[in-house]
Every structure is written in C-alpha cells, then in structure tokens.
Write a protein that binds this ligand. Structure first.
Ligand code: ADP
Ligand code: CDP
Length: 239
C-alpha cells in the first residue's frame, strides 16, 4: 500500500491518503513530546516500538471482539488503517490513581480505583485538553448519547482485556488513553495504544515502563521501550 498525500502531521504521527479511499497509512515517527509540546525530542526507533506494540494490541483486541481501525503493517513504522471520522475525545481509563488525577484531585498516588474510572478530555491542544462531562459532549455534538454509551463500554472492555494481557507479562496497566472514530454508524478504536499513551508499572518493582520515563527523566527511555516491547510481545512470564 503506497502513501499518496500527507493529510495530517500530528505531534508524533503522520497520516497519508492511499489509493483506497477507505484506507489510510499512519507513519509512527521518532518524535516524542510531553507537557503540551513543551518538551520535545527525536528518539531513534521510538516510532517502531510504538507501532509494534499498537499493532500487537489491535490484533489481540480484534481477536477478542473489539472493532479497531487496524489492517496491517507495511513496514516497522507504517500502519494501514481504516479511514475514520475521528471523534475529538481522549478517552482515558484509570485503574490506579496517578498523573493528572493526583495533581488535580485529592487521590493518593498508587491508590486502586475499583471500579476503574473513565475520564474523557476534549482533544484540543489550544485549550489544553480540558476534561469533559457527558452533558458537554452532547451539547457540543461531539458524540450522541448512544455513541458515548458505546464508547465507554468499549473503553472498559479494552481496559479489561489489556489489563489481563499485561498482567500476564508482569506489568500493571495504571491508565491509558484511547481515541475513537466512526465509519457510518459503526464506532472503531483508532489512533494508537503504546508506551506513549499508557502508564505502565512493573508489578514487582513499581518501575515506570512508559512515557513517564521521558517526562520525568527517570532513565534511558528507548532502552526501556525496547525492553517493554520484548516483554509485551514475548512469552508470558507470570501465569
Ligand atoms: P496529535 O498531535 O493529535 O496527538 P498524532 O501525532 O498522534 O496526533 O497524529 C495522529 C492523527 O491521526 C491524530 O489527529 C488522530 O486523531 C488521527 N487518526 C488516528 N487514527 C485515525 C484513523 N483511523 N482515521 C483518521 N484519522 C486518524
Ligand atoms: O500524563 P499526565 O499526567 O499529563 O495526564 P493524565 O491525565 O494523567 O494521563 C492519563 C493517561 O492518558 C496517561 O497514560 C497518558 O500517557 C495518557 N494521555 C495521552 O496519551 N495523551 C494525552 N493527551 C493525555 C493523556
């Protein structure tokens, strides 16, 4: 599948049209950003690591009944996906209190959240992705009440499936972000699920295995991403 025209250049990925009007190619670049783009770098192989983990997760989710945009990989950093009308929501599922939840509310870092929380932010960099509620989402016509219900149900099911998979590899899924889109009336999981969009803690040591290593300069980010890819896509260790 050949890339035709660059449609969108985001902070970490580029989206291209193809000869098939229903398909796009997403290029996972080596750019990494944090703090609303305030911290930026180019880290060799980052795109490949995130693409490999995303593709692995999308295939696993499809096998377990979740509709995703994923078709196939063209090479280690180009993914063919279904073209979606993206819904500008950042749908975050949280199993353990961390990050902005602890900064903005009186949760203790590391406190389990049972049942998991679904938190939805408005995907709008200029407004710093403010948190939404159902009424605002519907009033802004970002999604219908039925779509919102479906998105939350899918988000919790993806969380259940990924938490279980990662746990088998000795990793706790603390929280993660998803983006959804529609084709006709059908809602699909889009974008990526990778170390850039998840918070992962080693079950034994509590060590960060995700973008927090970059955000807070906790170590050699690419060495950790590389190790996490091997762990996630490799044989189960903790069954
Ligand atoms: P951002 O800077 O917005 O965080 P990225 O660098 O991740 O974005 O670029 C990826 C872009 O591709 C985002 O705008 C995302 O919403 C969009 N996207 C992801 N999956 C699809 C899809 N299946 N169809 C259309 N657009 C998509
Ligand atoms: O990471 P930060 O504390 O700024 O934000 P958060 O609200 O605690 O993020 C929750 C989860 O969503 C983390 O796993 C983030 O990596 C992810 N996220 C993301 O991928 N993209 C965003 N724009 C915001 C959050």
């Amino acid at each position: 599948m050949k890339c035709k025209q660059l449609l969108v250049k985001g902070k970490a990925k580029s989206v291209y049209s193809t000869d098939d009007r229903h398909k796009l190619v997403i290029e996972f670049r080596d750019d990494i950003t944090a703090f609303d783009g305030g911290k930026k770098d180019v880290l060799k192989n980052k795109g490949n690591y995130n693409a490999e983990v995303s593709a692995f997760f999308f295939e696993y989710l499809e096998q377990n009944g979740i509709r995703t945009h994923f078709f196939t990989m063209v090479d280690p950093h180009h993914m063919v996906v279904r073209k979606l009308e993206m819904i500008p929501l950042e749908v975050i599922v949280r199993n353990i209190a961390a990050g902005s939840l602890v900064r903005n509310y009186p949760f203790r870092e590391g406190a389990p959240l049972n049942p998991p929380l679904v938190v939805i932010d408005y995907k709008d960099d200029a407004r710093h992705d403010p948190m939404l509620n159902d009424e605002i989402i519907v009033a802004l016509k970002l999604a219908t009440p039925a779509e919102l219900k479906k998105i939350k149900k899918m988000a919790l099911e993806v969380n259940r499936l990924l938490s279980s998979l990662l746990s088998d590899h000795g990793i706790t899924l603390v929280d993660f972000k998803m983006e959804f889109g529609r084709q006709g009336k059908t809602i699909y999981l889009g974008d990526e699920i990778s170390m850039d969009s998840m918070r992962l803690w080693d079950k034994k040591t509590g060590e960060s295995l995700d973008k927090d290593v970059y955000r807070f300069e906790k170590g050699d980010v690419m060495a950790i991403y590389n190790r996490v890819v091997q762990r996630i896509t490799g044989p189960v260790m903790n069954k």
